[in-house]
Design a protein around this ligand. Structure first.
Ligand SMILES: CC(C)(COP(=O)(O)OP(=O)(O)OC[C@H]1O[C@@H](n2cnc3c(N)ncnc32)[C@H](O)[C@@H]1OP(=O)(O)O)[C@@H](O)C(=O)NCCC(=O)NCCS
Length: 172
């Protein structure tokens, strides 16, 4: 059974090495945009959070980003207003270790992350390559819909995924 926790600085090496392992094993590298170690570190606190899933070892992670008024905020792509842009979280990057795939871990990470979003966040946004079936299915099953499909990241086709998030009482 997976357990979940928020990463801190001591976890960055393990997250980075899982990401590198997965990137090197991708049949089609264009489906996944890797993060730099610096970007992972920035998302430990100031710009987001990294949620870890563990089962004796690191099984997967989801990096969440709060883009604020950054130029690459996906809000406009998703048809949201400038005001709503400030209420967006990006489900920026998700990876599951090959040994732990097929158990719906991406969905579990998305579900856990949603519960940890700050109260002011009203929308979760993401991009996914149309041919990344496991990731697309996970987002759709979690209640995301496709707001648009367009070129992103210097010429890569991506669905823009959006979900309106609601806050329940047990949220932080
Ligand atoms: C994408 C990724 C995180 C998904 O891992 P996972 O959570 O273990 O995914 P699962 O194998 O449990 O599959 C999730 C769903 O997709 C479905 N699926 C998996 N492969 C599929 C395929 N080739 N075609 C259609 N559906 C597929 C599964 O049946 C499951 O659907 P279900 O809810 O009906 O059971 C993992 O494959 C990964 O790390 N990939 C490399 C990095 C990556 O692409 N990240 C996402 C970038 S947006």
């Amino acid at each position: 059974m997976f357990s979940f926790r928020i990463a801190d600085k001591a976890d960055v090496d393990a997250v980075f090495s899982l990401m590198e392992q997965v990137v090197h094993s991708l049949a089609d590298p264009s489906l996944f945009i890797p993060e730099t170690r610096q970007s992972l570190e920035r998302h430990l606190k100031e710009e987001g959070m990294i949620l870890l899933a563990e089962e004796e070892q690191l099984a997967g992670y989801l990096m969440v980003r709060f883009p604020g008024n950054a130029e690459d905020n996906l809000a406009e792509d998703a048809g949201l207003s400038a005001q709503d842009a400030l209420r967006c979280a990006h489900m920026e990057s998700v990876v599951v270790h090959p040994d732990f795939r097929g158990r719906g871990l991406q969905k579990l990470l998305l579900e856990q992350a949603e519960r940890l979003l700050p109260e002011g966040i009203g929308f979760a946004l993401a991009t996914v390559a149309p041919e990344n079936h496991a990731s697309l299915t996970s987002f759709l099953r979690m209640g995301y819909s496709i707001a648009d499909t367009k070129m992103k990241y210097g010429g890569k086709m991506r669905h823009i995924m959006i979900k309106k998030v609601t806050h329940t009482q047990d949220q932080k």
